[in-house]
Design a binder for this molecule. Structure first.
Ligand code: SF4
Length: 184
């Protein structure tokens, strides 16, 4: 199965109640040979309307952070733990995360990225089972031979501009890590 097939299944999915209120599911986007995978929490209003990940204000900030660190958005794959928008952007429930997680695992299996960036607490908790973005951000975690890098979710930077210098540092750290791996 390739990324297109996963996306097709996500768009048709009715495995949890979130399918009822979605305009469109948001499987993720990026090239199949991406060396970096970014994982956010869930689609928001703009993403639900467009079917694309990170297209609102948080997405704009993510693109700026990538570009400032010398990385190209069209060379990374961007998705989220949950592929359909929760009502009023509430946190995903455990049963929703459990239902949706197999799609993310399949995307990771297909992409085999050099590093997986976990944007915010929901992604960190779901993927590596840890809590506490404030202490974890910017530090590479190696688990079951995968490299994970927790970062603040861009929406946190939109709400609190004081976080942006830290987010820039972390993105520059990612860029240095990729250079070391020979991945950019
Ligand atoms: S959130 Fe995930 S599991 Fe739930 S309906 Fe959407 S794609 Fe399916």
């Amino acid at each position: 199965m390739g990324l297109e097939e996963v996306a097709g299944r996500v768009k048709e999915c009715r495995k949890c109640p979130l399918f009822r209120n979605r305009t469109q599911a948001v499987p993720g986007e990026g090239p199949e040979d991406a060396r970096v995978l970014f994982i956010g929490e869930a689609p928001g209003r703009e993403e639900d309307l467009s079917g694309k990940p990170f297209v609102g204000r948080a997405g704009k900030l993510l693109t700026e952070l990538l570009e400032d660190a010398g990385l190209k958005r069209n060379r990374v794959f961007i998705t989220s733990v949950i592929k359909c928008r929760p009502p009023d952007n509430r946190l995903p429930k455990r049963d929703e995360t459990n239902a949706c997680y197999p799609y993310l695992k399949e995307q990771i299996r297909i992409l085999k990225p050099d590093i997986i960036v976990l944007l915010g607490n929901t992604a960190i908790k779901t993927v590596v089972g840890l809590n506490g973005i404030t202490k974890l951000h910017g530090k590479v975690i190696i688990k079951e031979k995968e490299n994970y890098l927790p970062m603040f979710h861009p929406a946190a930077g939109v709400r609190n501009r004081k976080l942006i210098p830290l987010m820039k540092e972390d993105m520059e750290g990612l860029s240095r890590h990729l250079i070391k791996l020979g991945a950019c």
